[in-house]
Design a protein around this ligand. Structure first.
Ligand code: 6CS
Ligand code: FE
Length: 309
């Protein structure tokens, strides 16, 4: 295997290292134009994420997307499929993967010119969907997600070579301080934090319910939060978060009565396709990491936005 710039999942602990990839990528040396101005690009470089509160909140599409999710929650047949992950304690839907292949509305949204325009700018050119999902947290019971960098998992378990992916997360419900909102460590994307411990076979069956492998140690988390703290963006359904694939994030259990559901589209550069997993395990299923069905994305209605129709 080639020299691995981001070794992780080792038996002995490893020190955190500096990121070796640009945060905002360029295509053939020049920046791709798009909706993001210099100020926003600067914030993304500094923080590793961008928050657009209530960006699509007035769109009638938001109600329809939530309807699609509620229908999936009731679909007891589908709940048995492997791309449907249920909550360990309540048995309710926790995550559904491949949402852009299940729902046409979500599929169209992946090609929204505003979202895709920003993503192409950040990744320096053409992109495809590496993974899509909804994380759903029922009121009172929806479980949390431990601290992790998505890139750490995608590199070691899926073979993603470089940090050249971005997640667009659309809030399908309100996200507030009580209902288990996403928390991010600003600036953490500038460091790669290796995680200790070998990856067991079929780790994903466990990790999607309760992640233990691929979690940074507490000293590293403390050091990174000491610098810039933790942020938990709040906003209504229709708010959008763009976050870099290596930004550390987590979310607590939902103890409030209010459900929380967020959709995620993970965009990857077409120049950053999957290799053999760097951690040496077998590749994960296609619904977790696109390997074969790579479809370069085209914008839907150039210039406009589908969400604001
Ligand atoms: O294993 C994965 O690919 C994923 N797990 C987490 C906790 N976040 C990103 C991704 O969906
Ligand atoms: Fe994640």
């Amino acid at each position: 295997m080639l020299f691995d710039e981001y070794p992780t999942r080792t038996e002995d602990p490893l020190e955190m290292v500096e990121r070796k990839d640009p945060v905002v990528h360029a295509s053939n040396g020049s920046m791709v134009r798009g909706p993001l101005g210099e100020k926003a690009l600067g914030r993304y470089r500094r923080d590793g994420f961008l928050w657009f509160e209530d960006l699509f909140s007035d769109s009638p599409l938001m109600t329809e997307l939530l309807e699609d999710l509620r229908a999936l929650e009731r679909d007891t047949e589908s709940l048995r499929n492997e791309n449907f992950v249920t909550d360990r304690h309540s048995g309710a839907l926790r995550s559904v993967f491949g949402i852009h292949e299940i729902s046409e509305r979500f599929d169209r949204l992946t090609r929204d010119p505003l979202v895709l325009g920003m993503v192409r700018q950040l990744l320096g050119g053409d992109v495809y969907i590496h993974q899509s999902r909804i994380n759903d947290k029922a009121g009172f019971s929806g479980g949390g997600f431990n601290w992790h960098s998505d890139f750490e998992t995608w590199h070691s378990e899926d073979g993603m070579p470089r940090m050249r992916a971005v997640s667009a997360s659309l809030m399908l419900t309100d996200n507030n301080e009580f209902n288990g909102p996403l928390m991010l460590i600003p600036g953490s994307h500038r460091h790669f934090v290796p995680c200790q411990g070998a990856t067991p076979t079929n780790n994903w069956k466990e990790s999607l319910k309760d992640q233990r492998i691929g979690v940074p140690d507490e000293q590293a988390l403390e050091a990174l939060t000491q610098r810039r703290g933790i942020r938990a963006p709040k906003g209504g359904a229709g708010s959008l978060l763009l976050f870099e694939c290596n930004t550390l994030h987590a979310s607590p259990q939902n103890l409030s009565p209010w459900p929380r559901a967020n959709a995620f589209f993970v965009y990857n550069s077409v120049e950053n396709g999957m290799q053999q997993p760097y951690g040496g395990t077998a590749p994960r299923p296609e619904f977790l990491a696109t390997r074969e069905r790579i479809r370069e994305l085209d914008m839907l209605n150039e210039g406009g936005t589908v969400a604001m129709r």
